[in-house]
Design a protein around this ligand. Structure first.
Ligand code: IPD
Ligand code: CA
Ligand code: CA
Length: 268
């Protein structure tokens, strides 16, 4: 790496290489042995030995490559830093899919600086797909530039969502979804938030919305999809936070906010 390479580009490269290493380890491990699955926040929120091994591999890699950065990882990684960069790691996003041997799971690694998401990678090992991006430097899928689908009509939109592991939160969301499914082309639930957001980025979906996410579900996908032309907000049009996420092609964003406001429980 030359000194003229931007920080965003350097961090994108770090995220790509660690996501690939950890994702390939998990893909191989899944085929060869027991998953040792246990549960976390609820009886349906699973964690396997590969979630933990993936996070350990990524944090060890960061300790070597970016020793002064802070880290927040879903499986407990927590480290203070001095560089102003914080990494948000979901070592396996879509663990339920991973356990059931469905291909939609990913390793998601995103870096944030004082201005927000700076660089990230979302690697989907079972599909052989590496999404990555860096702020102001574009987004790519397996090295080719990606952009959102051009669509201004919510009725024509393919929309994706996801559900929390808590049944009380699912109940609220299910009421919203019951209204929304009648007003769009169709709804999908693939089971990995980072992948859903990257699918908006590359035009396979027009929009995605979900609530009660965490930073590790969002950051990498956010920089990738933003660079691909997607717009992010919460359910009422304020800046996105993990607790409420809309990511969409620009032409359907305002209408989706309105539809969410008119659907199910109050979203504000
Ligand atoms: C989950 C997935 C799922 C989403 C949940 C997330 P995990 O992450 O992204 O699609 O609906 O909200 O918690 O637990 O598989 O890392
Ligand atoms: Ca996740
Ligand atoms: Ca996870």
């Amino acid at each position: 790496m030359t000194s003229s390479t931007s920080l965003g580009s350097q961090l994108r490269h770090v995220a790509e290489s660690l996501a690939r290493e950890a994702g390939d380890m998990a893909l191989l491990g899944r085929k060869s042995g027991p998953l040792s699955a246990t549960t976390k926040s609820s009886p349906i929120d699973m964690v396997t030995k590969f979630d933990k091994a993936s996070e350990a591999m990524i944090t060890e890699g960061l300790a070597k490559l970016r020793p002064d950065d802070a880290i927040i990882g879903e499986e407990g990684a927590a480290k203070h830093g001095t560089s102003g960069i914080t990494w948000h790691i979901d070592p396996i996003d879509g663990t339920t899919n991973f356990v059931f041997d469905l291909p939609m799971w990913a390793v998601s690694i995103g870096a944030v600086d004082e201005h927000g998401p700076l660089a990230g990678a979302v690697y989907v090992p079972a599909l052989g797909e590496m999404f990555s991006g860096a702020r102001t430097e574009g987004a790519s899928l397996n090295g080719s530039p990606i952009s959102v689908r051009d669509n201004n009509d919510l009725a024509d939109a393919l929309v994706c969502t996801g559900y929390s592991y808590l049944i009380s939160e699912r109940e609220v969301h299910a009421k919203r979804v019951a209204d929304i499914v009648m007003k769009v082309r169709d709804l999908r639930r693939f089971g990995a938030a980072a992948v859903d957001i990257c699918f908006v980025a590359c035009g396979r979906l027009d929009a995605y919305f979900e609530e009660h996410l965490h930073s590790w579900d969002l950051i990498a996908g956010q920089v990738i999809a933003t660079e691909a032309g997607a717009v992010f907000s919460d359910y009422v049009g304020n800046p996105v936070t993990p607790s409420q996420v809309i990511a969409s092609t620009p032409g359907v964003h305002a209408d989706l906010i309105q539809l969410i406001a008119a659907s199910g429980p109050d979203a504000s």
